[in-house]
Each structure stands twice: as structure tokens, then as C-alpha cells.
Design a protein around this ligand. Structure first.
Ligand code: FAD
Length: 596
């Protein structure tokens, strides 16, 4: 049975020592996040995830969700009780503003809890995290009545949320959506169409399900410009929030899929379902982007979360499994063989995953703080800079953290040898579960295109220039003033040079030939990802150095060694990414389609 221990100490170190969350006390809600409050929330979430959710992960995988003949869906054994306990803890609304019934605490706490949830049980975690996304849409774009009718119930976990974009003929290209909305005399709409792959589309955890559906109002323009967003409850609420009649929306089937079996992925049939417009007609995609951006960060966190739990299990196994002798001579002469952790090749794998996990967690928390600055600061300048950060790094968090999260799950599985391929150890489930975050919420190829095609050039390149300036100044000042940090910041400076060269290459070569941008986009996303993870390691190492003298646990030294590993063995990949980008689209595009 796989083990999981939530990385509480690491989160607290990042929040307190690296990002100094107390310095943001001027932002609404941050003053309430005193160190003891943060510690209590993180510790409580860890306990719930370790003791309640993690043991259900394999049960969820084995049993999956079942659809009855009546179209109702049953979640795996234990999910209902765990969900009841989860919502009793008030976790859904940790960062929702107090005026709407949440706790108003920093988003970093929500993302921390969400990481623990997804490490312990990714399929389960999707029910409440989708609800959080739907709440964000309603709070941003809903009418006052929609906010008061839906949000309190969703915060309490009584009702959950979904996002309905995908249709059989329409995945990436949302302009192909066919689901129709027809205006009714009373101002509501009737929705007809079929949505596929809808996560948490039907289940038995909550009494009602609030579907957010993209559809095209009769007579609307073609393409994405003609899309509108609707709220479509499974059961029609009465004005006082009590439940009324059943709406004409049902689950036609649930997908049999590779992983996350505990989450119901549904075909949803809308047969003239009553629906209400969210935001203005034909502005649906813009409104849905609130949920999509939240979900993209959440999906990036899933990549980190699976990587973390896979690492923990691989590290434990490497200390227990006896095979072969250390290259320099037996380390445990009293045993028939040495544990495999003595082998450099096994350590290489463990160090690679660990070096990713800690820096990726730092990136998520740093970005979470920026998202609060973007929403809560009273300074236009700060809000704009934080918005730039979010726009630039959201596709990186989604694309890089999930690509590497999956790669890490596979590498951790490899540490188990043949036992990693056998169900009993749980590693093959992590590999199957880690595969989907690369696909949904916009495939990673599309994240890379969003980064290169939209985010780089936006506002004259302000976001990338701001990021480069920040890292360049940090490298320069730290290299000049801190000899201990020099071996870490210098490689980051070199990698930053690769990033600038790649950015310049796109400016010079992609305008006239867009295929050059398309062919290099994934490499650019990973190049930027490595630079930002390297920057995170510098910030972590600086904080670890400050605590080194008083640390008898060895944790701070371990961070410094891991930082060095990242610089020596992972960051040099930036040169390969740059070389591929500068090779352009030539050989990628040359063969005619019929040759494939
Ligand atoms: C388990 C699961 C849960 C899901 N949950 C939801 C949900 O809750 N709600 C929802 O609405 N959807 C959901 N989805 C759908 C998911 O978001 C889509 O599968 C995804 O966006 C890709 O769409 P597609 O499958 O149609 O692939 P396609 O769009 O057909 O893409 C196929 C391939 O072509 C590439 N491609 C497509 N267009 C381009 C382009 N312009 N440039 C370059 N490459 C391109 C893609 O990167 C991909 O590799 C879920 C899917 C799964 C499997």
C-alpha cells in the first residue's frame, strides 16, 4: 500500500522563510493568516489527506464510479463519507472573500491544501476543486441573484460545480461548439446538446450539481465570438435555495478510462434544460476563462502532487529493497545485498524528482501570492505586474508541471523494477493518474502555443521583459554580494541568456513564418520552466543558507545539495531547448501529410 506524508515543513519553510508571507499583511485577508493559523490549517489538511483520503485512493481506482439504469452515478466506497468530512472542515472556501461566506485567506493556502488532496487522492480532489472554479466564475460574472442562490450552497459543499466545454466534434477548437440555447419569454434559456468528458458531471456526493455550460444562442455568430455561458442546475432551486423539480439534464454514460477512476467522467445530455445566462450574451468564453485559468493552475498542482507522492514511495522503496552492492564496495556487509539507494543511477532518479518537487511547489506558492496581489492590492502598478506574472506563468505551470509530473511518476515507477508494474505497490496507478493532467484543461501543446502565440507578445512583451528583468537583477545582485550563492546564480544567469536568445529568435523568425513559433513552442515553454524553477532554487537556497547554522536536522543542507543538483544536472537542458527552437520548423514541416 503506497504511503503519503504531506510536506508540511516544506510548505511552512516556503511561506515563512522564502516568500515571507507576513510582508503582505497589507493585503486583505493576509493579516488573518498569522503563522499559527497557517500552521494549524496546513497541519489539519495534512492529517485529513494522510488518514482519510490516501487510504481511499486505491479503492477508488479499483471500484471506479458506476452509473445506474436511472442515470444516477455512485462514487466508490468511502468517498461519500470522506466528502462529508471534507466539507465539514470548510476547506472549499478558504480563499473565497469573507463577504461571500469564505474565510478570505491567501490563495497559497488553498493551493497547499489542493496539492495535499491531489497527492492523497487525485480523483476525489477533483470534485471540490472544480466547485472552487465554478464559484470563481459566478463571483466574477454572475448576477447578484446567482451569487446568493448558488455560492453559499457550493461553499458548503452541498452543491458541486462542473465545466462543460467539450463536445464530440469539439475539443481544442471551441469555435466548433454546437450546443444550442434558445431564449424563453421569462428571460431564461433552454439548452439542447451533448457534452462529453465532463468531470464530476454526475455523482452522489452532493444533493445538486451546478453545470456551467458553453453554448451558442440561436442566431449567434459562428466561432468563439458566438459563445455564451449558462448556469444549468441538475435540480432547479427554489428562490429560498431549497430543491425543486429535476432539470432536463442527465448523464448518458460514464467513460471507461486510463486513470482517475474515482472521478466520474460523463457524457451529459441537455434535452431542453432550463438555463440562465452568466455574463453577457456572446461573452461566454471570456467568462469561462476565469474557471479555465483557475483550473489550469489547479491541474499544474496535480502534476506536482502526483510527482510528490510517487517520489515518497520510490524513496522508501529504495531504502528497503536489497539488490547488488555499492560500486565502491559493500555498504551493509551484514546484509545479503545493499539497499538500492546506494546506486548512483537510482539516486539520480530520486534527486531529479526531488529537485523538481521542491522548486515546483515554490513556483506554485509564489504564483499564488501573485494571484492575491493581482486581486487584492490597492496599487495599480502592483496589480498589473502580478497580472502579467499570472498570464505568463499559468501556461508554464500547467504545461511544465504536468509534463514533468508524469515523467517523474514513470521514473519513480522504474525504481520499483518489475514491482512498479504490478498493481500491489500502487505505482502504476500514479502513472495512469498522472497522464491526464497533460491532456485536459487544454493539452500541453496548446499551453505552449498560448505562451508563445499570445502571452509573449501581449502588451509589447511587458510580461516576459518584467520576468527577465527580475531574474537578471536578482542574479547580478546576489552574485556580487553573496559568495556562497555564486555557484547557483551563475548557471541561472546563463540559462536566462538562453531564454532571451530564444525570445529574440521568435521575434525575428516567427512573424513571417508562424510555423517556426509552433515548432518551437513546447521547447520554449520548458526552457522558461527551467529558468523559473532555477530561480526558485536560488530563492530556496538563500533562505536555507540563512537557517543553516541553527539547523541540526540536516534539512537545510539537503536543500542546498538539491539546489546544486538542479543547477548541474537539470538546468543545462536549456541549451538543448534553445538549439531545437533555433532549428526552426524546416524538418518538422517538410514531409507531405501522405508520407506519415
Ligand atoms: C478524463 C477527462 C476529463 C475531462 N474533463 C473535462 C471537463 O470537465 N470539461 C470539459 O469541457 N472537458 C473535459 N475534458 C476534455 C479535455 O479538456 C479535452 O480532451 C482536451 O481539451 C483536448 O481536446 P480533444 O480531446 O478533443 O483533442 P483535440 O482537440 O482533438 O486534439 C488532439 C491533438 O491535437 C493537438 N491540437 C489540436 N489543435 C491544435 C492546434 N490548433 N495546434 C496544435 N495542436 C493542436 C492537441 O494538442 C492534441 O494533441 C476531459 C477529458 C478527459 C480525458
Amino acid at each position: 500500500m503506497p504511503v503519503y506524508k504531506a510536506p508540511v515543513d516544506d510548505v511552512l519553510f516556503l511561506l515563512n522563510d522564502v516568500f515571507h508571507i507576513e510582508r503582505f499583511a497589507n493585503l486583505p485577508g493576509f493579516a488573518d493568516a498569522a503563522p499559527d493559523v497557517v500552521q494549524a490549517i496546513v497541519a489539519e489538511a495534512a492529517k485529513f489527506c494522510e488518514e482519510v483520503l490516501a487510504p481511499l485512493n486505491r479503492i477508488g481506482d479499483r471500484e471506479g464510479c458506476r452509473r445506474g439504469d436511472d442515470g444516477e452515478v455512485a462514487t466508490p466506497g468511502g468517498f461519500k463519507d470522506a466528502y462529508r468530512r471534507f466539507v465539514a472542515g470548510g476547506w472549499i472556501g478558504i480563499s473565497v472573500p469573507q463577504e461571500f461566506g469564505g474565510l478570505g485567506l491567501p490563495v497559497a493556502l488553498t493551493q497547499t491544501v489542493n496539492e495535499f488532496l491531489a497527492s492523497a487522492n487525485m480523483a476525489f480532489a477533483m470534485y471540490p476543486t472544480l466547485t472552487q472554479g465554478a464559484i470563481a466564475v459566478l463571483l466574477t460574472h454572475g448576477t447578484a441573484q446567482q451569487k446568493s442562490l448558488y455560492v453559499p450552497k457550493m461553499l458548503a459543499g452541498e452543491w458541486t460545480g462542473t465545466m462543460n466545454l467539450t463536445e464530440p466534434q469539439c475539443g481544442t477548437d471551441l469555435g466548433l461548439i454546437r450546443t444550442k440555447a434558445v431564449r424563453q419569454p421569462d428571460g431564461s434559456y433552454k439548452i439542447a446538446g451533448t457534452k462529453i468528458f465532463i468531470s464530476a458531471g454526475e455523482h452522489d456526493l452532493a444533493t445538486n450539481i451546478v453545470h456551467l455550460v458553453l453554448a451558442r444562442i440561436e442566431g449567434a455568430p459562428e466561432g468563439t465570438r458566438g459563445l455564451s455561458l449558462f448556469v444549468v442546475p441538475k435540480i432547479l432551486p427554489n428562490p429560498d435555495g431549497s430543491l425543486g423539480a429535476r432539470n432536463a439534464v442527465s448523464c448518458g454514460s460514464i467513460e471507461e478510462k486510463m486513470g482517475i477512476h474515482g472521478n466520474a467522467t460523463c457524457v451529459m445530455n441537455y434535452d431542453g434544460a432550463a438555463a440562465w445566462l452568466v455574463s453577457a450574451e456572446h461573452h461566454g468564453l471570456n467568462a469561462m476563462f476565469v474557471m479555465m485559468n483557475e483550473a489550469r493552475l489547479g491541474v499544474g498542482v496535480q502534476g506536482l502532487a502526483v510527482s510528490e507522492v510517487a517520489y515518497q514511495n520510490a524513496a522508501q522503496y529504495a531504502k528497503d529493497r536489497l539488490q547488488g552492492r555499492a560500486l565502491g564496495g559493500a555498504k551493509f556487509k551484514d546484509k545479503p545485498a545493499d539497499p538500492i539507494i546506494v546506486h548512483p543511477d537510482v539516486r539520480r532518479v530520486l534527486m531529479t524528482i526531488r529537485a523538481f518537487n521542491e522548486a515546483a511547489r515554490a513556483l506554485v506558492l509564489w504564483t499564488s501570492i501573485k494571484s492575491d496581489v493581482a486581486r487584492r492590492s490597492d496599487s495599480d502598478k502592483e496589480r498589473r505586474a502580478a497580472d502579467d506574472h499570472m498570464g505568463l506563468l499559468t501556461p508554464v505551470i500547467k504545461g511544465v508541471l504536468t509534463d514533468l509530473g508524469f515523467a517523474n511518476a514513470v521514473m519513480a515507477q522504474q525504481v520499483f523494477g518489475g514491482h512498479g508494474y504490478i498493481r500491489e505497490w500502487g505505482m502504476e496507478q500514479f502513472v495512469r493518474d498522472a497522464r491526464i493532467p497533460m491532456i485536459y484543461e487544454g493539452t500541453n501543446g496548446i499551453q505552449a502555443l498560448d505562451l508563445v502565440g499570445r502571452k509573449l507578445g501581449k502588451d509589447g512583451g511587458r510580461a516576459i521583459m518584467g520576468f527577465v528583468d527580475e531574474v537578471r537583477s536578482y542574479v547580478k545582485e546576489t552574485a556580487a554580494g553573496d559568495a556562497a550563492m555564486k555557484p547557483l546564480v551563475e548557471p541561472v544567469g546563463k540559462a536566462l541568456g538562453h531564454l532571451q536568445q530564444a525570445t529574440m529568435w521568435f521575434m525575428q523568425n516567427a512573424m513571417a513564418k508562424p510555423d517556426n513559433a509552433g515548432a518551437g513552442a513546447t521547447d520554449y515553454m520548458h526552457l522558461l520552466g527551467l529558468v523559473v524553477l532555477g530561480y526558485m532554487w536560488c530563492r530556496i537556497a538563500a533562505a536555507a543558507n540563512a537557517r543553516l547554522a541553527g539547523d541540526s536536522s540536516g534539512r537545510m543542507n539537503a536543500k542546498l545539495v538539491t539546489a546544486r543538483f538542479f543547477m548541474e544536472r537539470m538546468l543545462p537542458e536549456t541549451a538543448a531547448h534553445l538549439a531545437r527552437i533555433e532549428a526552426g520548423a524546416g524538418s518538422v514541416m517538410e514531409l507531405p501529410a501522405e508520407m506519415f
